[in-house]
Design a protein around this ligand. Structure first.
Ligand SMILES: NC(=O)c1ccc[n+]([C@@H]2O[C@H](COP(=O)([O-])OP(=O)(O)OC[C@H]3O[C@@H](n4cnc5c(N)ncnc54)[C@H](O)[C@@H]3O)[C@@H](O)[C@H]2O)c1
Length: 253
């Protein structure tokens, strides 16, 4: 797919990896609909994409809310005329151990809300946005591309029962959707990043970063530009579907 003049919806486009991928597509002349929770962040993100060279608009939408997602995708279709791509990127992390035992006593458990809030955003939100984008693209009849952002944690990771389960789920959606949607010429891919340097990692203690980096064969964090590069590869390669690109510097957890 050609990036120039194509319309991409990016969830969680207000900051972090979503904004970096949006800016990169904007540089190549894409038209962008950014979805996030906060109007101010969206305004800044849209301005950044416009500066990079692409048209961009922000849409406040909680992707866990079915009616809001339906209305937002309908609005994007009306505003831009067509939708050609979706990057299912919005995500939430609320880490914690399944149980905590101290001196033979149970002192903590992962709360149901802690579990379900992550499921709602990462899994249900990805499902809802993927469904709406697929419906619009299928009826347009011109194909399209959907990219789900999974994680190296999809293999299962201590302290991430909730997050890992959802990242495995969105990886399986790539395979299910690629099979179902190929008849509409809609390709579906995924990216499973390791640790990428973002505002979030910039706030972490240097010791914590060093510990993470020591587990990465390439001995560094990924760069947001490298995420954007991987997205570009999936978007532009018309024989790519049903697969996940691992973008983790060789990290295995
Ligand atoms: N940064 C990394 O190292 C890394 C590694 C592996 C996977 N990922 C995945 O990449 C994606 C982006 O990560 P990031 O580091 O940029 O995170 P981030 O927290 O900086 O950004 C996530 C964005 O999603 C938005 N969001 C959260 N819940 C939402 C909701 N209900 N509705 C709409 N928007 C919502 C947030 O407001 C935020 O702008 C996530 O799916 C994350 O799990 C990141």
């Amino acid at each position: 797919m050609q990036i120039k003049d194509s319309v991409f919806v990016i969830t969680g486009g207000g900051r972090g990896l979503g904004l970096a991928m949006a800016s990169s597509l904007a540089k190549d002349g894409a038209r962008l609909a950014l979805i996030d929770l906060n109007q101010e962040a969206l305004d800044q993100a849209a301005a950044q994409c416009q500066e990079a060279g692409g048209e961009a608009r922000g849409y406040v939408c909680n992707i866990t809310d079915e009616a809001a997602v339906e209305a937002t995708f309908a609005q994007i279709k009306e505003d831009f005329g067509e939708i050609h791509g979706l990057v299912n990127n919005a995500g939430l992390m609320r880490d914690g151990m399944l149980i905590k035992v101290k001196n033979g006593e149970l002192v903590g458990k992962m709360g149901l809300d802690q579990f379900q809030s992550v499921v709602n955003v990462n899994m249900t939100g990805t499902f809802l946005c993927g469904r709406e984008a697929a419906a619009i693209m299928a009826l347009q009849g011109k194909g399209g591309v959907i990219v789900n952002i999974s994680s190296v944690s999809r293999a299962g990771n201590m302290g991430q029962t909730n997050y890992s389960a959802t990242k495995a789920a969105v990886a399986t959606m790539v395979t299910s959707w690629a099979g179902e949607l190929a008849r509409h010429k809609i390709r579906v891919g995924g990216i499973a990043p390791g640790v990428i340097a973002t505002e979030m990692t910039a706030q972490m203690k240097p010791e914590a970063i060093d510990r993470m980096v020591s587990a990465v064969p390439l001995r560094r964090l990924g760069e947001v530009e490298e995420m954007a590069h991987t997205l570009k590869y999936i978007v532009e390669n018309d024989f790519f579907t049903g697969r996940i690109v691992e973008m983790d510097g060789g990290l295995r957890i």
